[in-house]
Design a binder for this molecule. Structure first.
Ligand code: ADP
Ligand code: MG
Length: 368
């Protein structure tokens, strides 16, 4: 039998007036797992996290932690700890007093508090800074104090609400590693909330993509990126080109898809699709290869014109005009490959194994 989930969310729903902030959210999170809820601003991430932490009462649904229905238990009686987006440190207390706050109000002996605070400060790499005030620390250091404070009572689940969004770009990336290091070192279960899909992809064991209060898809990062369930998910997690087409007969073992840009030959199609079905073909920008325009006509090879080129250092992002369709194509490692310029004629080689969405679910089921 599979291991019982540590945290079980079922049917969670929360309305503010007529607005549905969270709608029938269900999820199970395993011990030691880092799960991210990711979605655009306003999709209900903070509300969901606050429900789990006991700061918001849901209209319906349950939060079960380690077999116990948390019901209306207040935050300080739950084995959860939350780090808020703005850290919410006590400005008049020292770093050590902030970190030891939860232990002190639980009347643990001073010597034990001091020892735990030292351990926690070294865990988040702030040794020696215990006597400072939060205002004397950088944003990244304040973030670590908030983490240490949240870990002080050894929560079964650590709840992080966009913990990195106030940090500058390099530090954000560095703190991703810090968080996964803490996760592993403590075997800490973490629920992480962010609007930043790349951040979610890079730290999570599993991602739950949300829109308008609902979970649209849950899965490992690679699964969501490679097999998104809808156009919204495909576009939110990465960049996506879509070609609409109809499945036809191919040569044995292959399938032809008639699209506005010509026939695409793909390997066998799965997920219950049949000849005649309308599909949306997902083409990720890095899966399309650009080359010179000459050479023989081949299947899955198109001709186009570079409409725009954007140099970003590691990648050149091209917009290529093919007929009246614009395709985004990324070229990595531009120093070692031929670069193209606006107006250049190019060939595009499309992948033979693209992900296909049935047209029903391909229609934007909500989403901006
Ligand atoms: N206390 C509140 N009162 C009224 N509406 C709220 C409140 N908190 C959140 N909302 C609304 O609920 C929706 C979800 O908000 P939130 O959970 O903060 O989203 P996210 O964290 O994903 O940006 C938004 O439409 C927001 O305006
Ligand atoms: Mg939020």
């Amino acid at each position: 039998m599979a291991e019982q989930p540590l945290l079980l969310l079922s049917g969670l729903t929360k309305r503010y007036g007529t607005a549905l902030a969270v709608c029938d959210v269900r999820a199970d999170i395993r011990r030691g797992e880092l799960v991210s809820f990711v979605g655009p601003s306003g999709c209900g991430k903070t509300t969901l996290l606050r429900i789990v932490g006991g700061f918001v009462r849901p209209d319906a649904g349950r939060v079960v932690l380690d077999g116990e229905d948390l019901g209306p238990l207040p935050p300080n009686q739950r084995a959860t700890a939350m780090v808020f987006q703005n850290y919410a440190l006590f400005p008049h207390l020292t770093v050590a007093e902030n970190v030891g706050y939860g232990l002190t109000i639980r009347r643990r002996p001073a010597a034990e508090v001091a020892r735990r605070v030292e351990e926690l400060l070294s865990l988040v790499q702030l040794q020696g800074l215990g006597r400072r005030r939060p205002s004397q620390l950088s944003g990244g250091q304040q973030q670590r104090v908030a983490l240490a404070r949240a870990l002080s009572l050894q929560p079964k689940v650590l709840l992080l609400d966009e913990p990195l969004s106030n940090l500058d770009a390099n530090l954000r990336v560095q703190m991703r590693t810090e968080i996964t290091r803490l996760q592993r070192a403590l075997h800490q279960t973490i629920v992480f909330v962010t609007h930043d899909q790349e951040e979610a992809m890079s730290i999570s064991d599993r991602i739950m993509v949300m829109d308008r209060g609902r979970i649209l898809q849950a899965g490992a990062p690679a699964e969501i990126y490679e097999r998104p369930a809808s156009r919204f998910v495909a576009r939110f997690i990465g960049a996506a080109n879509f070609l609409d087409g109809t499945l036809g007969n191919g040569i044995p073992g292959r399938t032809a898809i008639a699209t506005s840009l010509g026939t695409l030959i793909v390997e066998k199609v799965s997920n219950g699709l049949a000849i005649g079905d309308r599909v949306a073909v997902l083409l990720r920008p890095e899966a399309i290869r650009l080359g010179p325009p000459d050479g023989p006509a081949e299947p899955n090879r198109l001709l186009g014109t570079i409409a725009h080129a954007m140099y970003t250092g590691a990648v050149i992002r091209y917009t290529v005009e093919v007929g009246d369709t614009l395709l985004r194509v990324d070229l990595s490692d531009p120093r070692h490959r031929p670069a193209f310029h606006r107006g250049d004629r190019v060939s595009l080689r499309l992948p033979g194994d693209p992900h296909l969405l049935p047209s029903e679910s391909a229609a934007d089921a909500g989403g901006s």
